[in-house]
Design a protein around this ligand. Structure first.
Ligand code: GTP
Ligand code: MG
Length: 301
């Protein structure tokens, strides 16, 4: 459950990924102390709280080893507001492997989340003689195709933590994007209901009594969403507009999460919260009400 507590309103969860030896931890260390280090390989994930400008980032620095990619990279990417992908530009032999994982993230993981994301791509170690130039990397990794993902804000820089090349500039771009999204996304949610697949409520937060009879209401929304399924095809998230509210409904592993918002701009954050809740519900739900109350106190419900 500690997992959920890191999504505090005043901190921004971000994740830093990339193959081993790319320079991820070196970058985090530089952000912390403004000095170049030679860290040991990271095992698992290390979380650091670092203030950059007026944002307090909760940075999840994850090992580049293959064993951590499919699960740990993925779950952190889905629940973060921004992703920093670090490439060792001096290692041409691993460019293809890096590219495969980069595109797996964009096409498989992020498409699944339907949520707006900011991605900062760093072609690091530009100070080394063997460093490939940026054009070559863009070409080989087909990074120009990022323009066809409208809900991803993407920017690339060549960088060197060692020479401090472009690091400040890259983070200036990254923090300004994240700030922009946060302002749009952290809006008031009107209601949140978690139920089993039959519509029996497990958790209800509905101060405006949008759903007077919760299980009937969930059933009603589910029926509407089934109807939308027939027209639109099955999607993990469905958004329905009923009166002045937007309802985001998602059904996964025997649970239904329904979030009502009154502004469309709040939907991406509602999606992120839904993913978080499903992740949590998958694991345990002993004391759901207390835990959810604590989590949701961050959301100005
Ligand atoms: N020349 C040069 N070396 C760098 C740069 N950034 C990082 N390094 C070095 O690259 C090596 C690997 O850096 P790490 O930060 O440990 O790499 P990592 O991506 O965290 O690796 P894992 O934790 O194993 O996934 C270290 O010896 C760093 O000092 C850079 O910009 N230039
Ligand atoms: Mg590391």
């Amino acid at each position: 459950m500690e997992n959920l507590f890191r999504y505090k309103k005043d901190t921004v969860p971000i994740v830093i990924i990339g193959l081993q030896y790319a320079g991820k931890t070196t970058l985090v260390n530089w952000l912390k102390d403004k000095r170049f280090t030679r860290p040991k390989p990271t095992v698992g994930v290390v979380v650091e709280k670092i203030r950059i400008g007026d944002l307090l980032f909760n940075i999840h620095d994850i090992s580049g080893q293959e064993a951590f990619r499919e699960n740990m990279w993925k779950s952190n990417v889905l629940t973060s507001m921004g992703v920093i992908f670090v490439l060792d530009s001096s290692d041409a032999s691993r460019l293809e492997e890096a590219s495969t994982w980069y595109w797996k993230m964009v096409k498989e993981w992020l498409c699944e989340s339907y949520s707006d994301k900011t991605i900062l791509f760093l072609a690091n170690k530009s100070d080394l003689k063997t460093s490939l130039n940026l054009d070559k990397i863009i070409n080989k990794m087909k990074l120009d195709e990022m323009s066809s993902y409208p809900n991803i804000s993407f920017q690339f820089f060549k960088s060197s933590v060692r020479n401090e090349e472009n690091i400040e500039l890259a983070f200036k771009w990254f923090t300004s994007k994240i700030k922009h999204f946060r302002e749009l996304q952290i809006k008031k949610f009107k209601a949140l209901i978690v139920s089993d697949i039959f519509g029996n409520p497990l958790y209800v937060h509905d101060p405006d009594e949008i759903a007077q009879d919760t299980s009937m209401f969930v059933g009603y929304i589910k029926a509407l969403s089934g109807f939308a399924n027939e027209i639109l095809g099955p999607e993990r998230f469905k958004v329905l507009k009923v009166d002045e509210n937007h309802f985001l409904i998602s059904e996964l592993n025997d649970h239904v999460v329904l979030i009502a918002v009154d502004q469309e701009e709040a939907l991406p954050e509602a999606r992120r919260l839904s993913i978080l809740l499903h992740e949590y519900l998958k694991k345990e739900n002993k004391d759901l009400t207390t835990e959810l109350n604590a989590l949701l106190s961050d959301y100005e419900l």
